[in-house]
Write a protein that binds this ligand. Structure first.
Ligand SMILES: CC(C)(COP(=O)(O)OP(=O)(O)OC[C@H]1O[C@@H](n2cnc3c(N)ncnc32)[C@H](O)[C@@H]1OP(=O)(O)O)[C@@H](O)C(=O)NCCC(=O)NCCS
Length: 199
């Protein structure tokens, strides 16, 4: 029997990877990308990308596979035209605030960075959450040392013509002394007729 998740059409947008600005990245080499809602088998690639990032908290392989089963509607995976998974976004609708999309992890393979892929994945996850759940706000948590992530979400806020605000969320009392604290970034409200930059 086909699992319901696999029977659903996958949200897809094909994006040109051309035009990248980062030196050395092959994302600008005429590659195209498909950004789709993940299925459980994509969880294996998400886990690999998280481990290889050496930046993210890499959760268990099982956690990513299960995530792709239960949070596919608020997450995306990007595949290059040769089939290689080069990025993902994991997100969920906050149970206490269903019009808020919380983005948990964004990851782009180093070979595809600097070409706008993370921004496009965020827009794809956002557009899908708007269409399926009517979200109006985005939240994420970022460690103070992660400048690229702060830039990524600030750019998303600018593109959607809204504000981004920061507050303390979790510190060493909860996360431990050996780990950076997590700041909460609140983005929005975002008008539903304000669409992200499309390619
Ligand atoms: C953060 C990350 C997802 C960015 O991916 P990317 O595809 O290179 O990002 P984009 O090309 O879409 O850039 C988005 C914006 O962030 C800026 N940005 C991205 N990386 C940057 C860096 N290292 N330094 C400064 N700015 C950076 C870009 O200039 C762009 O801004 P703009 O829209 O104003 O031009 C990627 O570096 C990564 O996977 N890092 C490791 C994992 C991680 O830290 N994830 C974020 C926390 S969950």
């Amino acid at each position: 029997m086909t699992a319901p998740e696999q029977a659903e059409p996958r949200a897809s947008s094909t994006l040109s990877g051309a035009g990248g600005s980062a030196p050395g990245a092959d994302a600008g080499g005429g590659r195209s990308y498909e950004i789709v809602a993940p299925v459980p088998t994509d969880g294996v690639d998400m886990w690999r990308l998280a481990v290889e990032s050496h930046t993210l908290d890499a959760n268990s392989r099982y956690a990513y596979v299960l995530w792709c089963r239960d949070f596919a509607r608020s997450s995306v995976i990007a595949r290059r035209d040769d089939g290689r998974a080069v990025g993902y976004v994991t997100g969920y609708l906050r149970p206490e605030s269903e019009h808020t999309l919380l983005i948990w992890q964004v990851c782009v393979d180093p070979v595809a960075r600097g070409a706008g892929l993370a921004g496009r994945m965020l827009d794809a996850a956002w557009d899908r959450a708007v269409a399926t759940a009517g979200v109006a706000r985005m939240e994420t948590t970022i460690t103070p040392d992660n400048e690229s992530s702060i830039k990524l979400f600030s750019s998303f806020a600018r593109r959607h013509d809204t504000t981004i605000e920061r507050e303390d969320l979790f510190g060493p009392d909860l996360l431990g002394d050996e780990r950076e604290p997590e700041h909460l970034y609140r983005i929005g409200p975002i008008a539903s007729n304000t669409e992200g930059e499309k390619t």
